[in-house]
Design a binder for this molecule. Structure first.
Ligand code: SF4
Length: 267
C-alpha cells in the first residue's frame, strides 16, 4: 500500500483495531496495525498524529496479543461469586491499546453492565466532552474501572452502589496488568472511590484533587468524577476539573491554546 493513502481511508482501516477492544479481538490484529501504520504516514490532524505516533511501540503486535489474552481471561473471571451471580458481563475497558492517557473510574453501573463498556451514561457523555475539550477523541485514550463487575444490588432495588474496598482490591490485579501492557504516560483517577481502589486505603478528595501521585511508576492525577459535576454544575467546580486536565496536558507536553486555558473562568 502506498504511503499516500487518504487519511480517511487509513482511519477506517484502524476501526477494527479500536472496535476489537470492546468486541473481543475477533479481527486479526496485524491487518489493523498495517492500517495504523498507514494512518501515521498520512497527514492527520495534529492531535491524532501526536497521540498515535507516540503510541505505536516496537512491540505493538506482542502487546495487542497479550492484551487480547488478558481480556479473555478477565471476561471469564469468577473471583467474586456475589458479583458473578448478578453481573451481565465483565466490563474490561475500552480504547486505544497504545494510549498515552488512561482514565480510571470506580466500577460499572447499570448501563455499563448492560453495554459492556465503561462510562456510557450521562457521566460518560460528560467525560467524552472533557476528553474532546482536551483535543482528544475518546477512541485515542483508554478508559477502565478499578472494579470490572457491577456491584450487586439488593433484590428489587434500582440504582448503583459504591464498590467496597475489598472488592476493588480483589479486582485491582486486572487493572494493573492493563496498565502494564498499555503503558500510558499519565493516569487520571476519577473520584474518591477510584483513588481508594487504586491506593487501597480511604482518602479525602479535598487532600488529593489536583495533585500528582505515583501509581507503580506512572504519574497519577486525581480529579472529581464526572457524576459529581452533574450534581454540582457550578463554574468553580468545572474549572477545578479543567485545571486538573490542563496539568495532564502539560505533563503530556500537548499544545494548549489560550482558548483552552480560559475554559470555565468567570468573566
Ligand atoms: S469484580 Fe473483578 S475480580 Fe471480581 S469477578 Fe469481576 S472481574 Fe473478577
Amino acid at each position: 500500500m502506498s504511503e499516500t493513502i487518504p487519511f480517511q481511508q487509513a482511519l477506517q482501516g484502524i476501526e477494527p483495531l479500536l472496535r476489537s477492544m470492546t468486541q473481543g479481538f475477533t479481527q486479526e490484529p496485524k491487518a489493523s496495525i498495517q492500517s495504523l501504520q498507514q494512518l501515521l504516514n498520512t497527514q492527520p490532524s495534529k492531535a491524532l498524529s501526536t497521540s498515535m505516533t507516540s503510541a505505536l511501540p516496537h512491540d505493538h503486535d506482542d502487546r495487542l496479543q497479550k492484551l487480547a489474552h488478558l481480556r479473555e481471561e478477565a471476561l471469564a473471571c469468577i473471583r467474586c461469586p456475589h458479583l458473578v451471580a448478578s453481573r451481565t458481563q465483565v466490563v474490561f475497558g475500552v480504547g486505544n491499546p497504545f494510549a498515552e492517557l488512561m482514565f480510571v473510574g470506580e466500577a460499572p453501573g447499570e448501563e455499563e453492565d448492560l453495554k459492556g463498556e465503561p462510562f456510557v451514561g450521562r457521566a460518560g457523555q460528560l467525560l467524552t466532552k472533557i476528553i474532546n475539550a482536551m483535543e482528544y477523541q475518546r477512541e485515542e485514550i483508554f478508559i477502565a474501572n478499578v472494579l470490572k463487575c457491577r456491584p450487586n444490588m439488593p433484590p428489587n432495588t434500582s440504582g448503583n452502589r459504591k464498590p467496597k474496598l475489598e472488592e476493588m482490591t480483589t479486582c485491582l490485579p486486572w487493572l494493573k496488568q492493563q496498565i502494564e501492557l498499555i503503558k500510558p504516560r499519565v493516569l487520571v483517577a476519577l473520584g474518591t472511590t477510584a483513588v481508594e481502589g487504586l491506593l487501597g486505603k480511604a482518602v479525602l478528595m479535598r487532600d488529593m484533587r489536583g495533585k500528582w501521585f505515583d501509581f507503580q511508576g506512572t504519574p497519577l492525577m486525581v480529579t472529581y468524577h464526572p457524576a459529581y459535576l452533574l450534581r454540582n454544575q457550578s463554574l468553580s467546580e468545572k474549572r477545578k476539573v479543567w485545571e486538573d486536565m490542563l496539568q495532564v496536558l502539560e505533563k503530556l507536553e500537548r499544545p494548549i491554546s489560550e482558548k483552552q486555558r480560559g475554559f470555565f473562568l468567570s468573566k
